[in-house]
Design a protein around this ligand. Structure first.
Ligand SMILES: [Fe+2]
Length: 144
């Protein structure tokens, strides 16, 4: 198992096999990519970026990062027919509410989901110097 795959299994293995998360396979995110695959792809990319940053001695909260990445679009509807043009603005709040209800979220994970569309979502601003999240100084969670 690759380093990326083992991190994905360790941090989000349960979530990605949960029937509630698998429900994202019903919805197309873009082209032929389902919302589930989109979120998993973002988690994979986040894991690779995390490994790279850690190799540069930059601390990354990989657990929060990967959970936030996997749940960042957990809005559970077909955005092409629901929410219309407001989807881009509203779905981070809906995804965070759903994820909190179904999986529980830390404040960091909730912030990752709420801020992932910034600057489109002006009210949910990433607040760390890296522009990445509401985290204690010296820690970083990438936006996914
Ligand atoms: Fe999104």
């Amino acid at each position: 198992m690759s380093e990326t795959n083992s991190a994905l299994e360790r941090e989000i293995g349960e979530i990605r096999r949960d029937p509630r998360a698998l429900a994202m396979k019903q919805f197309i995110q873009h082209g032929r990519v389902t919302t589930y695959d989109h979120c998993l792809n973002v988690a994979r990319l986040s894991s690779r970026m995390s490994k790279r940053l850690q190799s540069l001695s930059i601390r990354v909260d990989e657990h929060s990062l990967l959970r936030g990445a996997m749940l960042h679009d957990y809005f559970l509807y077909d955005w092409h027919h629901h929410e219309g043009r407001w989807h881009g603005y509203r779905h981070p709040v809906i995804a965070a509410q759903n994820a909190k209800r179904d999986f529980g979220l830390t404040n960091k994970e909730e912030a990752i989901i709420l801020t992932h569309m910034w600057p489109l979502t002006l009210r949910h601003i990433p607040l760390t110097p890296g522009g990445l999240d509401r985290l204690p100084r010296g820690q970083m969670v990438l936006r996914a």
